[in-house]
Design a protein around this ligand. Structure first.
Ligand code: ATP
Length: 234
């Protein structure tokens, strides 16, 4: 479904990811892990169109998407929840969700994803009129994921959804990711909490200083002694 081929992305000459190649098949949950500064966010931004790769290609469902504008990539079926979530703080939960589906003219295109969002995150439904800035960190993350789902994506990309969230809500969010896949979507998730995330992921890539250091199925990585020591703290 998604093929990132030898992508290099730099910030004013400073190379953040170098010749990164990853493949994601339809229906997979794929984890991208690695230390701070390894290039995880740059990789998802390069796919989402928030950063422009210097070289390499990104192909989604058979078409090249690298170089396209972010809103065009969203319309093609890739939703991206950035690390800082970028909600509209003064707007209500309902309005934040509505803004995710502004491009749909037909009611059914807005109602179907909304039903899924409320199934996944009943707290959002209870807080529809509340301003986004008054939600807890975990609820804000739920809202950011909900808004992304309102674009009816085929591929959902989440950058560190567990950041700044209390442990109970982290597992709620990981369980929601599983349900999102079960609803027919494909998920790329960037996470530092690798051990917990491997429980729900099918496969993972580990980045180190802008390159793919290792890749494998969740089981292979959990059994790998080097990974256990360096990344899982076991
Ligand atoms: P973190 O978990 O800390 O977000 P990361 O693995 O997501 O780390 P990136 O944010 O992709 O890593 O950063 C990769 C490298 O690119 C780092 O050296 C970082 O300092 C640099 N970098 C990231 N964003 C920018 C930017 N806007 N301008 C300049 N350098 C940047």
């Amino acid at each position: 479904m998604l093929s990132v081929h030898e992508v290099t992305t730099a910030y004013q000459g400073l190379v953040a990811i170098s010749e990164v190649t990853i493949e994601i098949a339809k229906g997979e949950i794929v984890l991208v892990a690695g230390a701070n500064g390894a290039g995880k966010s740059t990789l998802v931004k390069s796919i989402a169109g928030a950063e422009r790769p210097r070289s390499g290609s990104v192909t989604f469902d058979g078409s090249r998407i690298d170089g396209l504008q972010q809103h065009v990539i969203t319309a093609r079926g890739i939703a991206y929840v950035p690390e800082n979530r970028r909600l509209f703080p003064r707007l209500s939960v309902a309005d934040n969700l509505r803004l995710g589906s502004y491009m749909f003219r037909h009611e059914a295109d807005r109602d179907d994803p909304l039903k899924l969002v409320f199934e996944l995150f009943p707290r959002l439904q209870e807080r529809l009129e509340q301003r986004a800035e008054t939600l807890s960190g975990g609820e804000q993350q739920m809202l950011a994921i909900g808004r992304a789902l309102m674009t009816r994506p085929r591929l959902l990309m989440l950058d560190e959804p567990s950041q700044g969230i209390m442990p109970k809500l982290v597992s709620e969010i990981f369980q929601a990711v599983k349900k999102i896949r079960d609803a027919g979507m494909t998920v790329l998730i960037v996470e530092q909490r690798m051990a917990e995330c491997l429980e729900i992921a099918d496969r993972a890539y580990i980045l180190q200083t802008g390159r793919v250091l290792m890749q494998g199925t969740a089981g292979e990585l959990m059994d790998n002694p080097d990974v256990r020591k360096a990344y899982l703290g076991l």
